[in-house]
Design a protein around this ligand. Structure first.
Ligand code: GDP
Ligand code: MG
Length: 177
């Protein structure tokens, strides 16, 4: 594992977005494991975490912002998105309403995010398949329509979490380095 303050070649900012309680914070702490550092800025209602990742022969430091429960407060929106090159857009496969909100989130991404922002659509809580309200095909076809990557994850069972973040970070790297 790379240490937190090791020299890095690139620094990327990415954001977590999606309705409350879809599992954003759990995805982030799962992605972090021990090589992780969480800082918070309670004043603006965000938390962020760093992790160093090797992409090819480069060391990339990903700084990932989380909304710390401020999803409904639009005031933080522009500072939240400023400079972000990627986003994980998360819904909960057991709550259809969180999938229906994606339209609103995508509108916000287009309004506040950079034009080339890499967005990975994430259907979280795949371990709760018996309570599923959103079919995997619906996630997949929305992603296709909106030109996003797509993955179902379980933060609880650590399924596909690493893959979702790495896909976003690798894609950012390919586009901007
Ligand atoms: P946030 O508001 O989007 O940051 O969501 P949280 O990370 O706080 O999670 C909201 C709730 O969903 C918590 O009770 C978590 O324990 C639960 N949760 C998060 N991810 C998963 C998951 O993959 N599977 C299950 N079963 N529960 C999860
Ligand atoms: Mg949270």
């Amino acid at each position: 594992a790379e240490s937190f303050d090791e020299e890095c070649d690139y620094l990327f900012k990415a954001v977590l977005i999606g309705d409350s309680a879809v599992g954003k914070s759990n995805l982030l702490s799962r992605f972090g494991k021990n090589e992780f550092c969480i800082e918070s800025k309670p004043t603006i209602g965000v938390e962020f975490a760093y992790r160093n990742i090797r992409v090819g022969d480069k060391l990339v430091k990903a700084q990932i912002w989380d909304t710390a429960g401020q999803e409904r407060f639009r005031a933080i929106t522009s500072s939240y998105y400023r400079g972000a090159l990627g986003a994980l857009l998360v819904y909960d496969i057991t709550r259809k309403s969180t999938f229906e909100s994606l339209k609103k989130w995508l509108k916000e991404v287009r309004e506040f995010g950079s034009r080339e922002m890499v967005v990975v659509l994430v259907g979280n809580k795949s371990d709760l398949a018996h309570h599923r309200e959103v079919n995997i095909e619906d996630g997949r076809s929305l992603a296709q329509l909106e030109d996003l990557s797509f993955m179902e994850t379980s933060a609880k069972e650590n399924l596909n979490v690493e893959e979702a973040f790495l896909q976003m970070i690798t894609r950012i790297y390919q586009l901007s380095c």
